[in-house]
Design a protein around this ligand. Structure first.
Ligand code: CU
Length: 620
């Protein structure tokens, strides 16, 4: 397993030392995490194994102040009987079962983050939690009384290591992603959040889900957005926000002056992401702002289809008014494509490459290839690697040639989103485009929605040396290869980073090479013989549509045979009567599809964690 924190980990300790010198009151916040399976039942359906920490689930929140050093000792007590999917091998080796690793880094940016595993679909199995960085110098300090941390997420009844192999298989040639079974607030349903009248709360929301974007709104209350993905914004009023997986919003919410009623708040999963909508799916989750426990808990209003009118995050203005970065030194274009490979499974591609983990973690290749670290070839043919040089202005153009929405996330930077098309506007055309066509003060964040058949243009300055991935944050598309790698300032990395011994130890335990190119070749770094490869392309003439047609006709054929056999074997219609009747009753559940209220919810009432605005860190 490998953790992904929102900002750098290991690399951070080297790159951010300068920050420490300016923050004399920095503390060290230490956590000991033993990661192991526990049993839990977040949506009231049934108990299932979930990945917890120190025997608990939901897992603990990490809390610190800006400038603090955060030390997390992780022990991996997970037993993997069915390992599926390769770890991404970007900046570290996987932690083998039974082994420990320490993450030691200094936090240099404030805001709302989360931590999660980026290995083998572990985060949708529960290994996901908020990571809050308090900032005494926040421009909004003093404008609120208390903080609330609120996660929204999706939940699968089936474990991810069972769903993954079926998702990427020739049995699923269209790449239909598994549809979640439920939505959750703070990893439960029917959440009750006690509030005081006449107070202003800073609500820190984070979508820690695997797949579903969610519309979120509070009945009878407005949200004043003040932060997105760690970037303070000019205050912006919103009635409803849309949060993709991995996005964060902080907003001020002022309560009523009286306690006569309680108010529902809702999350509603973006069902346009789902290829099918199971009959029993309730895509909504409800919580309540509780003014008075003895008052009723009203049913939330139903919102459907075109009624979803979420705040457009392109309208946000960063609080620091950072202006449009200059003309790019390097423009990288990624066309998003879903297609089948020779094994019949469906993969996700940037241009013609579906990410395939290198044998040597990319950071380790950067540290051990000398001058050739500047040549993207050494990082392998299937990693979508690009080398960024210090202080270059980088422009990323992402064209969506797919019919689905994708949330793109960049590690290590908050990018300016200088253009985003509506759906179906096609690829970005930069002929005749000048600086004047872009906003003077662009919206900045680290995870942005790309609309179906649309495009987005991002810009950032390469001022944070590291190995950073750029990827779709739908966990299914991470697994099917929608990842690119930026190797930023490899020379600085070589000059500043010394790998801790425990990081090297876990590589040795896992028999992962720690030097050389992506193929592990340490002699001829341009020879990639033996590198991990994506499956071969389909034979000429086979298209995704052809496969679908083939599978469909096979299924129809088999179905035909089965129906004939079943018909032949069926008892007389008269004797089958009672069974048919009971089937008919089960369709009553369909009435729930338009509803908002969670039906399961036996775990109702788990209290929300309340943190005082002054916020001494919980983990100290
Ligand atoms: Cu995606």
């Amino acid at each position: 397993m490998a953790f992904g924190f929102r900002k750098s980990l290991l690399i951070a300790s080297a790159a951010w030392l300068s920050v420490l010198s300016t923050l004399s009151e920095a503390a060290t916040v230490t956590y000991d995490f033993d990661v192991a399976w526990v049993t839990a039942n977040p949506d009231g359906a049934f108990d299932r194994p979930i990945i917890g920490i120190n025997g608990q689930w939901p897992i603990p929140q990490i809390t610190c102040n800006i400038g603090d050093r955060v030390v997390v000792h992780v022990t991996n007590s997970l037993e993997w009987h069915h390992p599926h999917g390769r770890p991404p091998q970007v900046s570290q080796c996987d932690i083998p079962p039974g082994h420990k690793l320490t993450y030691d880094f200094t936090v240099d940016q404030p805001g709302t983050y989360w931590y999660h595993s980026h290995t083998r679909g572990q985060y949708p199995d529960g290994l996901r939690g908020p990571f809050i960085v308090h900032d005494p110098k926040s421009p909004f300090a003093g404008q609120y009384d208390e903080e609330l941390v609120l996660s929204v997420s999706d939940w699968y009844h089936e474990q991810i290591h069972n769903l993954l192999p079926a998702f990427i298989s020739k049995g699923n040639p269209t790449g239909a992603e598994p549809v979640p079974n439920n939505a959750l607030f703070n990893e439960t349903q029917n959440l009750k959040v006690p509030v005081q009248p006449g107070k202003t709360y800073l609500v820190r929301m984070v979508n820690i889900g695997a797949f579903a974007g969610q519309y979120v709104w509070f009945e009878g209350h407005n949200m004043t957005i003040v932060e997105v993905d760690g970037v303070y914004t000019q205050p912006a009023e919103a009635e409803m926000i849309y949060m993709t997986a991995a996005q964060r919003y902080s907003f001020l919410l002022t309560t009523k002056n009286e306690t006569k009623a309680n108010y529902a708040f809702s999350g509603s999963m973006d069902t346009t992401l789902f290829d099918t909508i199971p009959d029993d799916l309730n895509w909504n989750v409800t919580g309540w702002l509780v003014y008075d426990d003895s008052e009723p808990f009203p049913e939330p209003a139903v919102i459907e289809g075109d009624e979803f009118n979420a705040f457009d995050d392109m309208e946000l203005v960063p609080f620091d008014n950072q202006t449009l970065l200059g003309e790019p030194d390097q423009t990288i274009q990624f066309d998003v494509i879903m297609d089948n490979l020779g094994d019949g499974a469906n993969y996700a591609f940037f241009n013609n490459i579906t990410y395939t983990a290198p044998k040597v973690p990319t950071l380790y290749t950067a540290l051990t290839s000398g001058e050739l670290a500047n040549d993207a070839t050494v990082y392998g043919e299937f990693t979508n690697s690009h080398v960024l040089q210090k202080d270059q202005i980088i422009q990323i153009v992402v064209n969506n040639l797919d019919t689905g929405r994708h949330p793109f996330h960049l590690h290590g930077h908050q990018f300016q989103t200088i253009h985003r098309s509506a759906a179906d506007e096609g690829t970005f055309d930069d002929t005749n485009t000048t600086m004047a066509d872009f906003p003077k003060i662009p919206m900045r964040r680290d995870t942005v929605v790309l609309e179906p058949n649309g495009n987005v243009v991002l810009r950032f300055k390469a001022d944070n040396p590291g190995v950073w991935i750029f990827h779709c944050h739908l966990e299914w598309h991470v697994a099917s290869g929608l990842i690119a790698t930026f190797v930023e300032s490899p020379k600085q990395l070589q000059d500043t980073i010394k790998l801790p011994q425990d990081h090297l130890n876990i590589c040795a335990e896992g028999h992962i090479p720690i030097s050389g190119n992506a193929a592990g070749n340490t002699i001829d770094l341009l020879d990639l013989d033996g590198q991990n490869r994506a499956p071969d392309p389909l034979p000429a003439g086979f298209t995704a549509r052809g496969i679908v047609a083939l599978v469909f006709s096979c299924v129809c054929g088999i179905l035909g045979v089965v129906v004939v056999a079943w018909y032949g074997l069926a008892p007389d219609p008269g004797t089958a009567g009672p069974a048919l009747q009971s089937d008919g009753n089960s369709t009553e559940d369909d009435g729930q599809r338009g509803g908002v209220l969670g039906a399961g919810g036996k775990t109702a009432g788990a209290p929300v964690e309340t943190v005082k605005a002054s916020g001494s860190a919980a983990g100290r």
